[in-house]
Design a protein around this ligand. Structure first.
Ligand code: DGJ
Length: 717
């Protein structure tokens, strides 16, 4: 009865019709006829005439199921209560809802033989030109059904050739780009890690048609999944040469028993299609992120000094007060206290113990956190705190009290990573506890303005003691839902607190989580050369305003590389500037340089954090790399250029700028100069050129030395 009512509430369509989903530049079209399969007929650049989508002849099953005639990868696989392993989906009805900038199309599909309804949602963001797709399934089979495949989205491309760029890596080398041609068969990128799911691969892709992806030309479909749990992206080139792309939560070891009248909702897949290369898709994602995808995407992000690399676990109140004072003196806006401030029975003096015991360590901080918050505020800066509330060391008071709260298989040896385990967020009591960690820290120490939320391991040996035996396979999904419950509560109570998303570096970066977070820590690797590559890949999908980038000491703690301070600053200033070193260890000269650099950053912060990104020279293709940001009104721009390897005769590639107004005249100034060095930019200093000239002839200045860097400000007259 419930099921019938739900269906009748939406007017059934009659005859064949075309459903068009459009943004300002992208379009997706389907042919729909009641009782027949829904057919995808178009994906590409928006057509001028809506009527012409009807002429599109190509047709692909819009959401293939296992069973029936389909032989390819399935978007959905359901086992029904009577054991039938097949599903057939046919079009039933659809509706369109407009809320401001967002047009949501809901297409309802039915299985004619079973009371199962599948709803496909397409949220088309008109201005930012991106679409979110997700799926809901609901049924009225009394004994329940089991879901084995449950993609969020399914899209088909039909071209001569396909080139896939994936973003993979590991701890300290996140977001490395690799491009390959897809040939017959299925290529799968996935994570089975449950938590910290991006450690080895990120749920993002660029798919270029007929040639390798290029910055300013070519047809590219770009997508990313908004989900911090296990995920998969499948790319199947079939026998006819068509490419089917399915993405969503990873069904691996996650079959889901769905009771009747319960909605199973999949996470959103965010995608856009550009006919002008990858630069366009980046700017669309960034604009969307600032408006919808990250928490308070319109507020300016603060500069900060973090004590992690400066002190690790070795600090006390006096040491911190000195750092706070130095941070304020240098011009930072916030001091962030990292790991090591808590635990008494098991003091957190290393990563071996204390995680879970969120009580200030009396020895290190006898006057509590409150005194540090006050110290920071008295010096005119804000205070932030590190938490890792989902995790626990077995050597902790929390574990002694609640050994059943951790994720582990019974009768198996405990498997730790970084000496820690994961709390079972499927369990509502654990959710309450995790929320209380944040809540109590905030309540007991009024004035905390910023939280760094860390997460330093992924799931192995994974089982929840809370889930009933027949529901154990829900763990990977329910964990994330539990995390969202906690984050919803945190955001409801603390809407304005700045939060940094961290996961042993960039192990958890996705727009499912970023709607709760203002910024993220992309890598523990602060080596400026490695960072160029890490940040290059990351900013295809995530904006610089949210990408925390810190200047640290040399030799770098991870790579041992020695890089000049100016270069380190110039790299960090191309994103959200911070510092991870002890100011007291700097020479007076370096300190003065850093102070100036921070002030220079304030001068360009709005351009970097709020402007549009244009990539000029790729570090993957050239020993010199460059990119620029341009304000929306095209009045200001800032160009960053880095030389990665010495060139004896000088590297003089022209930086052909992008995104300027050809009719405006721009005056050039080098900023963040090293007073000790002659600058080869000098001949251009203070000169004025038209946007037209700069975007055709370009900006030409030579760079010679390894780790030479330049930051050029352009201001329209
Ligand atoms: C991993 C993070 O990525 C680091 O920045 C630091 O917060 C450590 N965890 C602390 O344990």
């Amino acid at each position: 009865m419930f099921f019938l009512l739900a269906i009748l509430a939406l007017a059934p369509a009659s005859g064949q019709q075309t459903i068009v989903i459009e943004t300002s530049g992208t379009a997706l079209a389907f042919k729909a006829e009641q009782g027949k399969k829904l057919v995808q007929t178009y994906i590409g650049e928006r057509l001028m005439s809506k009527a012409e989508y009807e002429s599109a002849v190509a047709g692909f099953d819009a959401f293939p199921t296992f069973g029936g005639k389909a032989i390819g990868e399935a978007a959905l696989r359901v086992v029904h209560q009577d054991g039938n392993t097949s599903s057939e989906l046919v079009y039933d009805s659809h509706s369109v809802k407009t809320e401001g900038d967002i047009v949501t199309t809901q297409i309802n599909l039915l299985d004619p033989a079973y009371p199962v309804q599948v709803r496909l949602f397409f949220k088309a963001y008109q201005k930012s030109d991106v679409i979110e797709q997700y799926m809901e399934i609901e049924h009225a089979e009394k004994k329940g059904v089991t879901l084995y495949d449950f993609a969020s989205s399914y899209l088909t491309l039909s071209a001569q050739k396909y080139f896939l760029t994936e973003f993979h890596g590991d701890w300290a080398q996140e977001m490395q780009m690799q491009e390959q041609e897809l040939i017959y068969g299925t290529k799968k990128i996935e994570s089975r890690l449950g938590v910290r799911s991006n450690q080895y691969a990120h749920a993002c892709f660029l798919l270029s048609e007929n040639g390798k992806a290029a910055e300013q030309s070519g047809n590219v479909l770009a997508g990313q999944l908004e989900w911090p749990g296990s995920w998969e992206l499948r790319f199947e080139v079939d026998q006819l040469g068509d490419l089917h792309i399915a993405g969503g939560m990873n069904p691996y070891a996650s079959h889901y028993k769905l009771p009747q009248k319960t909605v199973f909702k999949t996470p959103q897949m965010l995608f856009t299609y550009s006919t002008s290369g990858t630069g366009t898709v980046t700017r669309r994602f960034h604009r969307w992120a600032k408006e919808y995808g990250i928490h308070m995407g319109d507020r300016t992000r603060m500069t900060l000094l973090n004590n992690w690399e400066a002190t690790y676990f070795k600090f006390d109140e006096e040491v911190l007060k000195r750092i706070i004072s130095d941070a304020a003196d240098m011009g930072f806006e916030l001091f962030l206290l990292d790991d090591g401030w808590f635990g008494n029975k098991y003091p957190r003096n290393s990563d071996h113990q204390g995680l879970g015991d969120w009580e200030t360590n009396h020895e290190k901080l006898p006057n509590g956190l409150g005194c540090l918050v006050k110290e920071a505020n008295d010096k005119g800066i804000q205070f932030g705190i590190w938490l890792e509330p989902e995790m626990i060391n077995p050597k902790s008071e929390l574990y002694e009290k609640h050994p059943d709260w951790v994720i582990t298989q019974p009768n198996r040896e405990i498997d730790t990573q970084r000496h820690q385990m994961i709390l079972d967020l499927c369990n509502p009591k654990v959710q309450d506890y995790v929320f209380s960690v944040v809540d109590q820290t905030m309540q007991q120490n009024p004035g905390i303005a910023y939280i760094k939320w860390d997460c330093n391991r992924f799931m192995t040996n994974a089982a929840s003691a809370y889930l009933k035996p027949e529901l154990k396979s829900h763990l990977f999904i329910e964990y994330t839902r539990g995390l969202y419950n906690v984050l919803d509560r945190v955001r409801e109570k603390y809407p304005d607190t700045h939060m940094m998303l961290c996961s042993g570096g960039g192990g958890r970066i996705d727009y499912g989580t970023l709607r709760y977070f203002d910024e993220f820590w992309i890598s523990d690797n602060t080596d400026a050369l490695d960072r160029i590559f890490i940040q290059w890949g990351t900013t295809y999908f995530f904006p610089a305003m949210a990408l925390a980038s810190h200047v640290s000491v040399v030799p770098n703690h991870i790579t041992k590389r020695i890089i000049p301070l100016k270069f380190r600053f110039d790299v960090a200033m191309s994103a959200k500037l911070g510092m991870d070193l002890q100011p007291k260890d700097m020479t007076a000269e370096d300190k003065q340089f850093a102070k100036n650099a921070i002030q220079e950053y304030y001068g360009i912060r709005d351009i970097v954090q709020k402007g549009d990104l244009y990539r000029l020279l790729s570090p993957y293709e050239s020993r010199r790399t460059a990119m620029m940001y341009v304000t929306e009104n095209k009045q200001k721009a800032v160009v960053f250029s880095y030389l990665l390897k010495k060139t004896i005769n000088g590297e003089k590639t022209s930086l052909v700028l992008q995104g300027l107004d050809p009719h405006k005249n721009y005056t050039l100034h080098e900023i963040n100069k090293d007073p000790k060095q002659y600058s080869w930019f000098s001949p251009l200093e203070g000169k004025t050129f038209s946007g037209d000239y700069l975007m055709k002839y370009g900006l030409r200045f030579t760079m010679y030395n390894e780790f030479d860097s330049k930051v050029i400000l352009l201001e329209a007259n």
